[in-house]
Design a protein around this ligand. Structure first.
Ligand code: ADP
Ligand code: MG
Length: 364
């Protein structure tokens, strides 16, 4: 549905978008996640034809943004970072104005009513936009994007400046829209992409440094590779038994004591789940397991690691030789996962640059 190839946008000697390529399938909800200044708004402005690119290809629904701007704009609804609202118009006037501006041919009354129902602004339809709260204004901005029923909807930081209740409402709305639209959403809030997006593109310094399905990341984060286990028995014997278990890369005893049981933190190597084996081994030795708690990885740490690592491409290259999880390093698992994601994304980009067909990519 959306295809971007070798997209570049330079401002003087700053590359706001630096050779970016990715594709988005019809019906996907994709989140552009990245720190401020990463280039998210610039990419969105180019996608919607607001800004011209320095070079590269941008196509939506098979139409080139450069050569067929009108055909592209018909398919795209856009909520920019600063919604283009006229504060001295009523919601009704503004949406009618938008309807005409877009040259919409749908039944006017019915269509505008449908749009207002979706974003829940019918109760303020006759009011001046300037008199509405920030949350309602944001919804009017979304309504504007929905006029004409475009297949693709692009939201730039849609929840900035809203209160927690409004944030949840807007996220729910985006999730609803995602059921029958292709949605691109930019944010610097991790939970936001996790809550609403099928896929996460992490943008840093004008480059896509990670491109992963949200469920893959979530699954990896919850893979049960780090847990606390409470075991009865002599500390040093239990600890050596833990360290000898196949697949365990880290085991340490915590200060916590519960009767005759001590708590141990255990980490296992990528792709292994040692919990069953742990149970049988300890049972055989007569050390009873009286508690087991899986510890999740922190998505925040993974995100920060990805951004940090890709800030310093030379250092990352220098460290590439190091493999596995180092003992005693609390965030070693997060670092390992972050590196995996960045590596896979870079491999994917190299492959698409070489022009391998998409079937091959899916096999991976
Ligand atoms: P984001 O939306 O991810 O916060 P932007 O796309 O707004 O980032 O900006 C990316 C980079 O491009 C930033 O370093 C920003 O300062 C720069 N930039 C954006 N617009 C302009 C402009 N019109 N002129 C010069 N630099 C710009
Ligand atoms: Mg921005």
């Amino acid at each position: 549905m959306i295809k971007i190839e070798h997209l570049v946008k330079n401002y003087g000697n700053l590359s706001a978008v630096d050779d970016v390529s990715f594709e988005i399938e019809s019906g996907e909800v994709v989140g552009l996640l990245g720190p401020n200044g990463a280039g998210k708004s610039t990419m969105m402005n180019i996608l919607t034809g607001y800004l011209s690119a320095t070079s590269g290809v941008v196509e939506i629904g098979g139409h080139s943004v450069l050569d067929e701007p009108l055909a592209v704009k018909k398919q795209v609804g856009y909520l920019p970072e600063q919604p283009p609202l006229y504060l001295d118009m009523t919601v009704e006037e503004y949406l009618n104005f938008t309807y005409e501006l877009k040259g919409c041919t749908l039944n006017r009354e019915q269509h505008l009513k449908e749009v207002c129902d979706v974003v829940k602004i019918y109760d303020v339809y006759k009011r001046l936009i300037g008199h509405l709260s920030k949350g309602y204004r944001q919804r009017v901005g979304i309504a504007q994007a929905l006029v004409g029923n475009p297949e693709v909807i692009i939201f730039d930081e849609p929840t900035v400046g809203l209160d927690p209740k409004q944030i949840i409402e807007i996220r729910n709305l985006i999730r609803t829209l995602g059921k029958n639209h292709t949605v691109i959403l930019s944010t610097h809030i991790l939970q936001e992409v996790q809550a609403v997006c099928d896929r996460i593109l992490i943008v840093n310094k004008g480059k896509i440094v990670a491109n992963e399905l949200t469920e893959n990341i979530t699954r990896a984060v919850q893979a049960g590779r780090r847990f606390n286990v409470k075991i009865c028995g002599p500390k040093s014997e239990v600890l050596s038994a833990l360290r000898e278990l196949s697949g365990v890369v880290y085991a340490e005893q915590l200060a916590e004591r519960d009767g005759e049981a001590y708590t141990y933190t255990v980490e296992s190597a990528s792709g292994t789940d040692v919990r069953k084996n742990l149970f049988f081994t300890m049972a055989q030795k007569g050390f009873a397991i009286v508690g087991l708690e899986t510890l999740g990885m922190s998505l925040e740490d993974i995100f920060i690691t990805i951004v940090d690592d890709t800030d310093k491409p030379t250092r990352q290259g220098a460290r590439r030789g190091k493999q596995g999880v180092s003992r005693g390093d609390k965030s070693a698992l997060e670092k390992e996962l972050a590196k995996d994601i960045v590596r896979r994304t870079a491999d994917g980009q190299r492959e698409s640059a070489l022009g391998l067909d998409s079937d091959k990519k899916e096999e991976k």
